[in-house]
Design a protein around this ligand. Structure first.
Ligand code: BGC
Length: 715
């Protein structure tokens, strides 16, 4: 349709039709249109049978045949035959499940995120899905928050690059393409800063911190052309995001020029009442609409109140028209007026999903997301002739896909199966699976007596961690240690004199310091998806060389949280040993256990020859550093560039990541890597605007935020 045809259509719609477009209900409601259930959820939400054919979008319906049938029925019943949009939570793959987003960020490779999401788009589109509620761009410094596993980590630059790539991967060049879907970034904004890491909790951060750190991922998504934005559940500076004019009208629309559709999170308009902002549903609807939120997800305050708010003159019809225009434009961008079924193809659905190529990509990508945290005495890779034991609750577990995987668990994903495929037949002991805390289970039973079965083993792989249901939404925790019987198992294995290789499955950094003395090697496995076992086995056997880097710092103890690398300095910084009246803890170092950017390899990388020179044109500084693979094993290194602005009109972080590059180095190969720093990359938010202030800078390049070469320069 042309823009004029869209405008004509808008002008023909009744107010009821417009409000229907602005309402999102689950497919259960849409299926119920024939046999109206007036006692169940319809009554609760006060939905009348005549409202249902007007509802403009739905969420989390899957399967091409079902979606085609729903669409046909909807178009037939809608007075103007406007098609539905099918939205869904496709977070890390639709049927080919990829690593969880936090793990993806640890690849430090946006191209992999783009590739994974293009696969997810293809598999979703063939089922008839049009929009995914992804990427989650919430920056996080607090691993107590369960949703950290859905996030790109603690750094604004990495978050921006991964988020932009995520959007590009889903959307491609043209949303009309049969194998592409639209992307809805979320949760705008600042959701990752929930106080105490407790989900849905208050967020109270300064404007400077919001702009410099927390907004970065969302802005990158908007700049990459994301079609939609979702609100978050939290308040921010005392105004819930779903009613926050500063966020949605000023920053998103006016400053960033976002023209896409804004949707609430699940029932977030209704939550304005619980927050204590709106007195009732009518006021809640007004607040959300005035903030610029176009669609209400799974609550009906728009549906039940907008008509009377317009009729009483309390809200201007223009607010409704602008929202509906944006929704119609999105339907048009998706090509739904010409082809309401888009890519839905029941005949080829099973052929497209889980294809060999998709599984190969999932395996290759999973390998890149695991992070080797410790490897003493070359415990890894496993020696060819070693007798291997396998213990722990994740040894045989298929529950390694990670949250939001709407796919059946698949035993081929387990570590045991991965090892077997690599030709290793491990001796098993103490493999009882962990059950979720969410359902009242807190530990595995103490089967350490069984470990004697491993007496003959040279090395034991201990597959430990947290249940994947205890990560993600509504999965905040205050204790991040492994369960007592898992810790006991590791201790016992060490006491038996085994070489212990811990493989840690988790959606967040766990507090693993207490067990480090028992582990010779530690692989942070996250939840790597359908090819988890295969990818981990490849790393453990040495077929693949680990290259993942931490996208978030690992705390020494929960009491240190938030601990993140790009913090400000204090007026009393700790230099040397802790002593009184400086900023430190009496019982714990200031530094994290493992810092941002950290990760080991089977190769050794040496840095030399950091050079910082004034540039020309846009380039204020040309930086180069030489990296050498000082080992006999080919490996991939992530060269990281950081800066510190030593004095500025607002205090600057002690380190800021400004760029990173990955290089594949053959044994003993040396490469010089170059970076450019521009005025823009050295600018910061001074509480009024983004500015560049000349002066002294420290330039750092190296292997992680804590292992860098440094040089000062004055601009
Ligand atoms: C979550 C969103 C999700 C939505 C729809 C909410 O509870 O916060 O991230 O997209 O549900 O399923």
């Amino acid at each position: 349709m042309t823009e004029q045809q869209i405008l004509d259509l808008l002008s023909e719609l009744s107010l009821e039709e417009k409000i229907g477009e602005m309402t999102q209900l689950s497919p259960d409601f849409l299926g119920a249109a024939q046999s109206v259930d007036l006692t169940g959820p319809m009554k609760e939400l006060n939905v009348r049978p005549e409202d249902l054919p007007l509802v403009g979008t739905t969420l989390n319906a899957f399967g091409a045949e079902k979606l085609i049938a729903m669409q046909k029925k909807h178009i037939a019943e809608h007075p103007h035959h406007i098609p539905l949009i099918f939205m869904a939570d496709v977070i890390h793959g639709r049927r080919t499940i990829f690593p969880v987003p936090l793990a993806m960020a640890c690849s430090f490779d946006p191209a992999l995120q783009r590739e994974a999401n293009a696969v997810a788009a293809r598999e979703s589109a063939v089922e008839g899905i049009h929009v995914t509620f992804s990427p989650m761009a919430d920056l996080v410094r607090d691993p107590r928050w369960g949703r950290v596993m859905e996030s790109p980590g603690e750094d604004p630059l990495l978050a921006a690059r991964m988020t932009a790539a995520a959007v590009e991967g889903y959307q491609g060049e043209d949303l009309k393409a049969p194998d592409r879907i639209a992307s809805c970034f979320k949760h705008f904004g600042g959701y990752g800063a929930s106080e105490g890491g407790r989900d849905y909790n208050t967020v109270d951060i300064s404007d400077g911190t919001l702009r410099e750190f927390y907004l970065s991922g969302y802005k990158a998504a908007a700049d990459a052309g994301a079609a939609m934005a979702m609100t978050s559940f939290n308040t921010i500076d005392r105004i819930p995001a779903t009613a926050n004019k500063k966020l949605f009208r000023r920053i998103l629309r006016d400053e960033w020029g976002f023209e896409g559709v804004a949707i609430t999170d699940f029932d977030a308009t209704g939550e304005l009442i619980a927050h204590g902002l709106a007195a009732d549903g009518r006021e809640a609807a007004r607040y959300s609409l005035e903030a610029g939120v176009d669609i209400e997800m799974m609550s009906t305050h728009y549906l039940n109140n907008l008509k009377s708010l317009v009729e009483s003159g309390e809200i201007d019809m223009a607010l409704i028209d602008e929202a509906v225009l944006r929704i119609l434009r999105l339907k048009n961008r998706l090509g739904l007026f010409e082809n309401p079924f888009k890519g839905a193809d029941p005949e080829h659905e099973d052929e497209v999903c889980l294809s060999e190529g998709h599984l190969e990509a999932a395996r290759r990508i999973a390998v890149r997301c695991a992070v080797l945290l410790k490897n003493e005495n070359h415990a890894l890779p496993l020696k060819k002739d070693a007798k291997v034991g396998l213990a722990g609750p994740f040894a045989e577990s298929a529950g390694v896909l990670g949250g939001w995987a709407f796919a059946p668990s698949n035993s081929s994903a387990s570590l045991l199966n991965g090892l077997k495929a690599c030709g290793i037949e491990p001796v098993l002991a103490m493999t009882e699976e962990l059950k979720p805390m969410q359902r009242g289970f807190f530990d595995v039973s103490d089967q350490t007596a069984e470990l004697s079965k491993l007496a003959d083993c040279d090395v034991v792989i201990a597959a430990v961690g947290e249940h994947s249901e205890d990560t993600g939404e509504s999965a905040s925790k205050t204790i991040l240690r492994l369960t007592p019987n898992q810790e006991k198992m590791l201790q016992k294995l060490k006491e038996m004199g085994k070489t212990v290789v811990a493989v840690v499955f988790s959606g967040r950094p766990l507090e693993i310091k207490p067990v480090l003395p028992y582990c010779d090697a530690v692989v942070q496995a996250w939840f790597l998806g359908l090819q988890s076992g295969a990818a981990l086995a490849d790393i453990l056997c040495g077929k693949e060389n680990p290259s993942g880097r931490l996208a978030i710092s690992f705390p020494q103890t929960v009491g240190q949280i938030p601990v993140y690398y790009n913090h400000m300095n204090t007026g009393r910084p700790l230099v040397g040993k802790p002593h009184r009246f400086v900023s430190c803890y009496l019982d714990c170092p200031n530094e994290p256990l493992y810092p941002f950017g950290y990760g080991l390899s089977y190769s050794d990388f040496h840095y030399s020859a950091l050079s910082v020179r004034k540039g020309s044109g846009d380039a204020l500084l040309d930086v180069s550093v030489t990296v050498e693979n000082a080992s006999d094993i080919p490996g991939r290194e992530t060269v990281q560039l950081y800066i510190r602005d030593l004095a500025a009109s607002v205090v600057r972080p002690v380190q800021e990541l400004k760029d990173f590059v990955q290089v594949d180095l053959a044994p003993h190969e040396k490469r010089t890597v170059s970076f450019t720093l521009t005025k823009e990359s050295l600018s910061f938010w001074n509480n009024e605007a983004s500015v560049f202030e000349p002066g002294e800078f420290e330039i750092m390049a190296g292997h992680s935020s804590a292992e860098v070469m440094r040089q000062k320069v004055t601009l």
